[in-house]
Design a protein around this ligand. Structure first.
Ligand SMILES: *Cc1c(COP(=O)(O)O)cnc(C)c1O
Length: 228
């Protein structure tokens, strides 16, 4: 089941990329495994999926220990500063940095362990009260502050638009995030201004996110089934 789902989603990504005149290898699939057991993650691993997303530090820590090292984990949940020291140990990228306090705290632990970490800045592109993220108009200042932190590399932006049953409603938000990233890219505010990551799109709206420029799509239930 998981293998079939992955197969279908990979084919979709490839087809949508081609249709949108994008190179398929510029779009990476993150399998969001929150709440699913390590056995499900193993099934995905066996089918060649190595990039996973998790929302909860303790859950990720537990599953990561069970699974070993051949896995790349992105943190996509709400991170509290007091868990930053664990996060820098198990994650390859934190996609949800939206507070300077959190960035500073990650940087401190990275300095201590002599590591560099890639991060994304989460933007509340739809100004949804229920969502985290930096306000679009504050993103430039935020990036300038994070740039002063020696051990963090801002690779791009991440967003979660307001939820709607109609995936077409996400399009304007994805397009706005891409345009914001392009403006910031012109000001050289990312670590690598030749390739800026845009993490956007989930099970119901990832095709639209790819059409609008996503480089990372975060897909959970369409791979692993309903969480409920
Ligand atoms: C859970 C989650 C996803 C995956 O959602 P699905 O609808 O299961 O694909 C993606 N992004 C974030 C931030 C999430 O919390």
């Amino acid at each position: 089941m998981i293998a079939n789902n992955l197969q279908r989603i990979r084919q979709n990504i490839e087809a949508i990329a081609r249709r949108s005149n994008r190179r398929p290898d510029t779009i990476r699939l993150i399998a969001v495994s929150k709440t699913f057991p390590a056995t499900d993650i193993r099934e995905a691993l066996a089918f060649g999926q190595t990039l996973f997303g998790e929302n909860y530090i303790q859950e990720a820590e537990r599953k990561y220990l069970e699974l070993g090292q051949n896995i790349r984990l992105h943190f996509i949940g709400h991170l509290q500063s007091n868990k930053a020291h664990i996060a820098v140990k198990i994650f390859e990228m934190i996609e949800t940095v939206d507070q300077i306090k959190l960035a500073a705290s990650l940087n401190r632990y990275l300095e201590q362990s002599g590591k560099i970490m890639d991060i994304l800045v989460q933007v509340n592109i739809g100004r949804d009260e229920k969502k985290s993220g930096v306000a679009p108009e504050d993103t430039e200042d935020f990036l300038k502050k994070v740039m002063t932190l020696s051990n963090l590399r801002v690779r791009g932006l991440m967003t979660m638009p307001p939820f709607s049953e109609d995936p077409e409603k996400s399009r304007i938000h994805f397009s706005n995030l891409r345009q914001l990233a392009e403006r910031l890219q012109q000001k050289n505010l990312f670590y690598d201004n030749t390739f800026v990551e845009l993490s956007m799109g989930m099970s119901h709206d990832y095709p639209i996110a790819i059409e609008e420029g996503a480089t990372l799509v975060r897909v959970g239930s369409a791979i692993f089934g309903d969480r409920s």
